[in-house]
Every structure is written in C-alpha cells, then in structure tokens.
Ligand binder design. Sequence first.
Ligand code: FPP
Length: 249
Amino acid sequence: MVIECMRSKFNLKSNPPGHVAIIMDGNGRWAKERLMTRSLGHKFGAENFKSITRYCGSLGIKYLTVFAFSTENWKRSSKEVDFIMGLFEEYLNKSLEKFLHENFRVIFLGDKNGFPSKIRDLINRAENETQKCTGMVLNIAANYGSKAEITSAVKVIAQKVKNDQISIDEIDETLISNNLYTSNQPEVDLVIRTGGEKRVSNFLFWQSAYAEYIFTDVLWPDFDSKCMDRALKEFSSRKRRFGGMTVDS
Ligand code: FPP
C-alpha cells in the first residue's frame, strides 16, 4: 500500500531515471555503532538490499545495479568474506521464485570464476531462469571492478583483431560497450553512494560517464525508501548537459 502511494507520487511528479546504480557502503560502521560484528552489519545490509530492490521495481526503474562485492573485497578477513559468500548463497537459494514473481531479470556483473562453484551454479541458474523476465533488470556487481571489466573487454577485442575478425578501424565506443558486462544496457543515469565516502571505488567507470552522483552520509542498512525518494527528487532537479549547453545558458 505504502509502495503504491509512493509509486503514484513519483509517476505524477517525474519519470524515474532509467538506470540507477548504488554503492551500498557503511554496513561495518552501522554494526560498530550498535556494538555488533561487521558480519551482522552485512546481514542487515542484505535485508535492506532486498527491500530497496523491491522498491525500485515498484517505482518503474528499468535497470538497477548494486555493488555487492568488489574485486578488492577479497582482501578482507576470511571470516567476513565467508559470511558475505554465505549471504549470497542464502539469497540466491531463496530468491529465485521472488525474482520470477516480480518479473526481475537478474544479471551478475563480474568474474564468476572467482566464486566457489556452489555460488557460481546458483548465479548461472538465477541468470538463466530469469532470462525472459521483462520487468526491472537487477544487475548484481559481485567480484566486480571497472578496471578488470575494461581490461577484459580490451583483451577480447585485441584477440578479434589478431584473428582478423575485425579491423582496428572497427573499434568504436559501441564495440567497447558491447564487450562490457552491461552489454546492450543503457548508461547509468544516477549513482548513489551511501556511507559518507565521496569516491567512485572502481565502479562502472565507462557506464557512468555522464551519470549524476549523489553521496549521502546515511549508512546502507538505514537507507530506506524515504532516502531513495529524496535521492530521486534531487536527481530530478539536476540539469544534465552531457557535455553540451543548457537551453537557457
Ligand atoms: C560495504 O560496507 C559493503 C560491502 C563490501 C558488502 C555489501 C554487501 C551487502 C550489502 C550484502 C549484499 C548481499 C546480497 C545478498 C547481494 P563496508 O563493509 O565497507 O562498511 P564500512 O565502510 O562501514 O566498513
């Protein structure tokens, strides 16, 4: 009911951005403030991820990309990494029916080979079984880094040139885009980073070339639908020029 009210409010006022990306930061600090272990912070973070995902779907956002685990996050303690892997496994095990019910198409961005085979199989199953869903595309960036993604695209393209499948002149922005994990998806309109840090952290460099950024101090487990509404309202007030000029300037 609440979600329905929010949806009509937004449809009346503005169209939501087509592609929203979120850096879900601050789970550890949220837990520390409550004298909990960092891992429990991730558990609450994962619960919030599920609610915000549903909320974005209800608002009519077509693409939602979340940064769940970076190529650098493996450097954390094995206890924390194991806990996050456990959350992925539990989420993937329990959520397939919900994805299908919500008509969400799930796509993982990142190198799946880095995951234990049990999780890799669950990722493949979620991607395959939701392939025909026509609602929101939920990109889960996991074992993801923008530098690794672009490096991998360069290697694929270089190999094609080497094999005489394409010429150097055929390398253009579209070809590069089509060799990223987000192949055939629109560029990101809005990146939200929770947790107070004001950096990009190796997330969607190419896809966010003209995105608007919103940085908030709210820690991820506390970033609720009202925070999302505020971010979307701020986004709708931004004048996007894509390198050109505004009409009135
Ligand atoms: C950043 O907070 C968060 C992460 C590295 C992990 C994010 C993972 C989740 C929200 C769970 C996702 C779960 C599923 C099922 C997709 P941080 O640990 O860096 O927080 P800090 O900056 O306060 O230490």
